[in-house]
Design a protein around this ligand. Structure first.
Ligand code: PRX
Length: 650
């Protein structure tokens, strides 16, 4: 059988378009939806909220706007787990696969969990949490690897109206502790460990470090890797034992639309991660519609989003989004190169994945490894590809398009952030166009613009800062947990309380489509992961031998950016051993992604007269760009040494 072509040839403007077959298949293919939504975005979102989501009580007020705060769907009552599970079972889809879980060890078989089974597990675990004292509004920490218990735990919280806070499992115990302290979690759900490239990794040890001195009273431990772990009686509970005892029925608690669904910590421009707050009704509305329209999910699709559940992409597209539309999603525990570099493609072929969503870093890595790995497998089941997390370059886009998509599939390049809750800028597969390196059009009902530093809109082909205008899309953050001031100062000081500043630079490709060029602040994107320079600086500086340190990103061929540290020592002698020690220290403090790629030991950091470290100059040193006027520095003599240390050729 010849595989269907879903895109046309590239036109003279560099665009690919959906074929008639794609338009016919797509859930939406009429470009008029953009104009319709733009005419009255509030009405548009109200209609979509009613059409896509089941409410226990209808909302009365669509949008409330008290700059810079906003609320959606007031008066409405909703339960997220009901929307992801019960309603599909009621509609007769109980036997449909909700999750196909593929474990890492090749000798373990994939497990299919139907909607009916997932609902039962969620109800049981919700009862188990209740048994541990969890009530509506309580915070629950989740520190789990890519195993289906993570969706069970998230949805069980949502069922009770408890607030989950997931921490990426590769983060350190210290990182988890900071999150547990800030969110004052009552319970932590974790596992004994997990598999990574064949080796079992102990997670419970990290969890033990993390809960010490926090408000956590109970720790639930999923047995995954069969690792010997210590269990404190009266505090640590095995997940399977609680599940065995729990009753099968737990009614979903209807909560206000604006009730907090989760908080997720992310890196800002300072050293301390901030708890992004997402509410229920608005978040669910966009999780649903982005899956329907952008990922174009149908009943027969198998959707695989490779993101870890510890990031927002994992929340929205490995849990709430696909489940809210009643889709089948694939969830993979392992690494892309274990046991070999074709593992992902083997998983696609074996499970006939139809919609595949990953990050440019992964694409560049696969391109470097070579075509022979994907070529080993039949990838013709794929009909739609997606990317997220960082700008994608033309070469990687074309490789993805040709080698993975066989030149037949659209690519939706989705721009969004932890803060926005769901994707905001991307083409729609039934409408197009698909343009390499261009994310595309704001989703219907979303107003994004590119402005200069005076907030004046820039024209076609010009670059500037990406902003959002009110009404802010329903899934966007409402505040920062415990720190509303920070919410205001981070997003609403640049252009005032009525304009959301994204922190990204962007450029118009034409009068409709946007190319996002990357962060313009102190946030780095390292292999798709978000880190602040300040966070890494704090970790380096916490080493007893370090006097002062500055961290800046350096462009990287595969990972987009990597952190580079400039370190002034407290009298210690610089050596390769100390370099390795510092790198390891950061890894332990934050996690492996934060480990500096290089450390330069220097005698001084370049500083302004007011004592501020000139990070811009350090960046220029690393990229061989002009350094600008160095005479205005407090310590211009430091520059020669820095040039030498970095091998500057500028
Ligand atoms: O710089 C943008 C980049 O990722 C940032 C948000 O990171 P995070 O909160 O970790 O969420 C990532 C996943 C939603 C943005 O400010 N980014 C995300 N998607 C894209 C992107 N940059 C360019 N193109 C994208 N498609």
């Amino acid at each position: 059988m010849v595989a269907t072509n879903w895109v046309t040839e590239r036109d003279k403007n560099g665009c690919f378009w959906p074929t008639e077959a794609m338009k016919k298949k797509a859930n939406v293919s009429d470009p008029k939806i953009y104009e319709k939504a733009a005419k009255d975005p509030e009405k548009f979102w109200a209609e979509k909220a009613k059409e896509g989501i089941e409410w226990s009580e209808p909302f009365k007020t669509v949008y409330e706007w008290k700059p810079p705060h906003y609320k959606w769907f007031l008066g409405g009552k909703i339960n997220a787990s009901y929307n992801c599970l019960d309603r599909h079972v009621k509609a007769g889809k109980g036997k449909k696969a909700a999750i196909i879980w593929v474990p890492e060890p090749a000798n373990e078989k994939a497990i299919t969990i139907t909607y009916e089974e997932l609902l039962e597990k969620v109800q049981k675990f919700a009862n188990a949490l209740k048994g541990l004292g969890v009530k509506k509004g309580d915070r629950v920490g989740i520190y789990l690897p890519m195993i289906p218990e993570v969706q069970v735990a998230m949805l069980a919280c949502a069922r009770l109206g408890a607030i989950h806070s997931v921490c990426f499992s590769a983060f350190s115990g210290e990182s988890l502790k900071a999150r547990l302290l800030d969110s004052t979690a009552r319970v932590l759900v974790t596992s004994d460990g997990y598999y990574r490239r064949g080796a079992p990794i102990n997670l419970k040890n990290n969890a033990d470090i993390a809960v010490e001195g926090t408000s956590v009273t109970s720790v639930v431990v999923v047995k995954r890797a069969g690792i010997e772990v210590s269990m404190k009686p009266g505090k640590d509970y095995w997940f399977h034992e609680l599940m065995d005892k729990a009753s099968k029925e737990c009614k979903p608690e209807p909560v206000d639309s604006e009730h907090m669904l989760f908080t997720l910590y992310t890196s800002g421009t300072t050293g301390k991660p901030k708890g992004i707050v997402h509410e229920t009704g608005g978040y669910m509305t966009q999780a649903y519609w982005s899956c329907k329209w952008t990922f174009d999910l149908h009943d027969d699709d198998i959707f695989w989003c490779t993101a870890d559940v510890g990031w927002v992409t994992g929340h929205t597209y490995n849990c709430y989004g696909p489940l809210s539309v009643g889709a089948t999603m694939l969830f993979f525990e392992g690494a892309p190169d274990f046991p070999d570099k074709d593992r992902w493609w083997q998983v696609v072929a074996e499970n006939k994945v139809t919609v595949f969503y990953t990050a440019p870093t992964a694409i560049r890595m696969f391109a470097l490894w070579g075509d022979q790995y994907p070529k080993k497998h039949n990838l013709e089941s794929i009909r739609l590809l997606g990317t997220v997390g960082e700008p994608i370059d033309e070469e990687a886009w074309m490789w993805y398009f040709k080698t993975i998509g066989g030149g037949r599939c659209p690519i939706v390049d989705t721009w969004w952030q932890t803060e926005t809750g769901a994707l905001l800028i991307s083409e729609l597969p039934g409408i197009g166009p698909f343009i390499p390196t261009v994310a595309g059009r704001p989703f219907p009902g979303v107003t994004a613009e590119i402005v200069d530093d005076q907030c004046k809109a820039v024209g076609k082909g010009e670059g500037g800062f990406l902003i959002l205008k009110t009404p802010f899309p329903p899934a966007m953050l409402r505040t920062i947990y415990n720190d509303d001031e920070k919410y205001v100062s981070t997003y609403f000081t640049e252009y005032g309380p009525k304009i959301y500043f994204t922190g990204d630079g962007a450029r118009w490709f034409d009068d409709k489509n946007i190319r996002v060029t990357g962060r313009v602040d102190d946030v780095m994107k390292v292999a798709g992961h978000r880190l602040s320079t300040g966070e890494v600086e704090n970790a380096v500086a916490s080493h007893p031998k370090v006097s002062e340190c500055a961290v800046v990103p350096r462009p990287h061929e595969i990972k987009n950016e990597v952190p580079i540290a400039f370190v002034v020592l407290k009298g210690a002698v610089a050596s390769d051993a100390l370099k390795a020690e510092l790198m390891d220290h950061v890894k332990k403090q934050i996690g492996p992604t934060a480990k500096p790629e290089e450390i330069y030991f220097v005698s001084e950091l370049p500083k302004t007269r007011s004592g501020k470290i000139m990070r811009r100059m350090l960046k220029s040193l690393l990229t061989n760009k002009p350094l600008g006027d160095t005479t205005t520095l407090q310590n211009p003599h430091a520059v020669d040494h820095l040039k030498q240390a970095t091998g500057y050729k500028g």
